[in-house]
Design a protein around this ligand. Sequence first.
Ligand SMILES: Cc1cc2nc3c(=O)[nH]c(=O)nc-3n(C[C@H](O)[C@H](O)[C@H](O)COP(=O)(O)OP(=O)(O)OC[C@H]3O[C@@H](n4cnc5c(N)ncnc54)[C@H](O)[C@@H]3O)c2cc1C
Length: 445
Amino acid sequence: MYDPLVDKDIGQGANYPSSYWAAQTKNSAGTGAIVADQSTDIVVIGAGYTGLSCAYQLAKRFNRDVTILEAHQTGWGCSGRNAGFVLRGTGRLGLAQLTKRFGLDTAQLFHQEYGAAIEQVKQMIAEGDIACDIQPEGYLKVAHNATIAAELPAQAAFLQRQFGYQAEYLSAAQLKNDYMHNPHAYGAVRFPDCFGVNPLTLAQGYAAMAQQSGAKLYTGSPLLSWQRGTDGSFLLQTPQARLRCKQLVLATNGYTPKCLYPPLNRACLPVLSSIIVTQPLTAEQLEQSGLHHTQLVMDTRALKYYYRKLPDNRILFGGRSAVYGKDAEKAVYPARLLSALKTCFPVLAQLGCEYHWSGWVAVSYDDLPRVCEAEPGLFYAGGYCGSGLSFSTLAGVRLAELTMGIKVPPLPIYQNRLPPFPLPAFRRLGQLAYYQWGRVKDRFL
Ligand SMILES: Cc1cc2nc3c(=O)[nH]c(=O)nc-3n(C[C@H](O)[C@H](O)[C@H](O)COP(=O)(O)OP(=O)(O)OC[C@H]3O[C@@H](n4cnc5c(N)ncnc54)[C@H](O)[C@@H]3O)c2cc1C
């Protein structure tokens, strides 16, 4: 599998991974590679949610001449591979941590922005009439031990009191009664406004909206290199064509190749997240596991597991994977996830796995993303730390606004660039150490 910290370039025109989403989703016809030289106002690199949402805004709202270049297929990166959890938030800091770091006023602004992100996704789905199998609302943050469970009532009360957010505390007994027969679930906080989607259909819907608004989308068209003209414009090189533009948006996130824009690559740690999808559960298995609902679930481990029931009664179950791309397809990783699923739900001991795939999430050094003008005329958004479905959609809006010189909300994540990792060459060693620590913490602490 392509590894952004190892491979020189990202390749060209690969098919979707053999995911459940790719199997479920009618493949929208590829738009084809760019083969003739062109000039355009603005070029967006990457056809994930960030790039597509940005291009849609640029074309529809600001009437700009915009071209999207995607190395492979629409939604080929994280946007077509994720778990489809439309969550409230991004990065790795909750509102309590944001309050500690930036103060309550700023944390409240974050909260509003995260709500706006969910609304933006809903609005795009409605506007584009995107049939992305919405599963109705709720996300359960489930405590994996009694110590963490004891903190949950205060966490829910804090969200209600300081943010007016209707988070709901659920005891272990309520969880068992209403949501799951999981002996490792000690209590939960329920976030009422999150929901599930088919992520690949969503990306394809965004692409259709961007194109219908006048954006040109070229798949199979990697940006190989770029340079500045004497007037500050950008000259872009793809395998078969050159483009000239005044502004450039990098929406390549965790898939950013090593040499494309080194300050961005050095500021992200691409981390593999893996998903398995099981056989459909029988009515008896659904009853016995308590999984008769469509809540999104994630636990509180350092090395988190997340799961949901899909519309055809399969379980999607995800978590950490290999560290290096070359190891991503090894059988040990889906086996580990299936075993973790069965530890959570012993009644599913006979369940088999039918799909497995992985993708690169971009972890930032300070656990927060950035949306910024990195240097004159060059913009990027990234570093969502594995929680980017809703936020990337809004990040596209904010990116488009930045290119137009429009003021965006005064949040720290819009005010500067992603901080580089110190000693970036050792990022993977740091990740391995974190995994060791996480294993110990999750088992014993
Ligand atoms: C397994 C997994 C599960 C996840 N689950 C969730 C979830 O449930 N909820 C959630 O909120 N988040 C989730 N995420 C994270 C979420 O999917 C991402 O944050 C989000 O999709 C990022 O979108 P993006 O457009 O910024 O990047 P991407 O979707 O990764 O798009 C980047 C694109 O850039 C292209 N590209 C890179 N380099 C070039 C180049 N040189 N030329 C042209 N194109 C290039 C790539 O091919 C890629 O298509 C998950 C991620 C993974 C991997």
